[in-house]
Design a protein around this ligand. Structure first.
Ligand code: F6P
Length: 405
């Protein structure tokens, strides 16, 4: 029987570019095909090898000779462990480290010369996402002794040191460059036979949603009067539903909850967050704000029809493409809603569970991102206020289930 092929994957990229998320996604999915994958993370070796704190930015200063030597030794240990894994039962060894300098990559190619190496370079140039990712990193235990501002400063300084020595992985034989926010391959050059590459490429480009709970806020003051727009809060009944939602999810770890910036979705999240202090991170995104109804803001549908019958008729004729004067339409809000989804998926990384609390039109657009619906049907998708969609979209499982809470 032919011996199974072996492969090293070396991640490349500045800190907080999504490298570890990509590595974990490759591992979890390749293992479903009985490919044995090991992740070898320099940070883990560092925490094991170096007693005390290595969160100080100075540790990453290339001109700090003492720590530079230590970091070389850490890399060498990681390389040796990856090599041992492939010499034994492993098929794919992923070296999860920055590997941003040509010199470091030369060391990798020199040491890992018994099997092909694929370099996966992760890029995310979005300043907002970077700021949010850095904020997430500063919550790691290694920054526990610093306040948020000091931890952020230290981490940004660390990124600065890496930026200084960064050289795009253009000199290597096999490289795929990935935009990690959009799961898009920006460039690739594969010279020699890279085992499993077809599968890897496919995984790099696919979204991976383990369990997304898509919730709409419960009854708001405006809902009672059938009014559009505004920023009203939940009614008494709505607040009770918010508690029901929180009770329904007791026992489900929810590390990330995303809402819009509007009062009704924030109030819907409140009981959940209150009962999970320190366990759930909440991000309020304007990308998830309800459709902007422009000059119709605050009107009821009846008032809209009475005051502007032509506008009302035009909307009924082509609801998807209709745009409220001074506001948005379904078609024109698509871009920002999809961006919100990408942001949420990026930030929640490999979390098993996540929740988005949105609005009627926004949730329709989010669903349309996952479901192939004719555009003209999207504005009519039923979005109840006492049920949520449970969405799973992986390579092996697709689930869309409407559940009561
Ligand atoms: O009525 C609640 C609401 O969220 C409004 O704020 C929004 O304009 C509307 O739903 C969107 O749904 P439709 O496009 O069906 O009017």
């Amino acid at each position: 029987m032919a011996r199974p092929a072996k492969l090293y994957i070396a991640m490349v990229g500045l800190p907080a570019m999504g490298k570890s998320t990509v590595a974990a996604k490759l591992k979890e999915n390749l293992e479903k095909d009985d490919i044995k994958v090991g992740i070898f993370n320099n940070g883990d070796v560092r925490r094991r090898m170096v007693p005390g704190n290595t969160s100080e930015a100075g540790f990453y200063d290339p001109d700090n000779a003492a720590s530079a030597g230590l970091r070389e030794r850490i890399a060498a240990v990681n390389i040796a462990e990856a090599k041992a894994f492939l010499s034994a039962e492993g098929h794919v060894a992923i070296l999860d480290a920055t590997n941003v300098s040509c010199k470091r990559r030369e060391t990798l190619r020199h040491s890992l010369n018994n099997h092909p190496i694929l370099f996966v370079e992760c890029i995310n140039d979005d300043p907002e996402l970077l700021a949010l990712s850095v904020a997430r990193k500063t919550r790691l235990p290694e920054f526990a002794h610093l306040d948020t501002a000091a931890a952020t400063k230290s981490f940004l300084k660390r990124i600065g040191y890496y930026r200084h020595i960064y050289a795009p992985a253009d000199e290597v034989e096999n490289v795929v460059r990935l935009d990690t926010l959009n799961n898009r391959i920006i460039a690739e050059r594969i010279h020699s036979g890279v085992p499993y590459y077809g599968r890897i490429r496919d995984l790099l480009m696919s979204d991976w949603i383990k369990n997304l709970f898509l919730v709409r806020h419960a009854e708001s003051e405006y809902n009672l009067e059938n009014r559009v727009g505004g920023d009203s809060g939940l009614t008494e009944k709505g607040r009770k539903m918010a508690w029901a939602l929180s009770r329904h999810f007791i026992g489900t770890p929810l590390p990330y909850v995303f809402t819009s910036n509007l009062t009704r979705t924030r109030e819907m999240a409140e009981p959940l967050l209150e009962t999970r202090k320190g366990l759930t991170i909440h991000h309020a995104f304007k990308e998830f704000d309800e459709i902007d109804v422009g000059t119709c803001d605050g009107l009821s549908y009846a008032e809209m029809e009475q005051a502007q019958p032509e506008l009302f008729a035009a909307r009924a004729r082509n609801k998807y493409n209709f745009v409220y004067p001074g506001g948005e339409g379904y078609a024109t809000m698509a871009g920002r809603v999809y961006r919100g989804v990408k942001k949420a998926l990026y930030l929640s990384g490999n979390s098993e569970y996540m929740m988005i609390i949105g609005h009627q039109a926004v949730n329709r657009m989010i669903l349309s991102d996952f479901l192939f619906r004719r555009a003209e049907d999207v504005p009519y998708i039923f979005i109840p206020q006492d049920k949520y969609f449970h969405i799973v979209s992986t390579q092996t499982k697709k689930l869309f289930e409407l559940r009561k809470f």
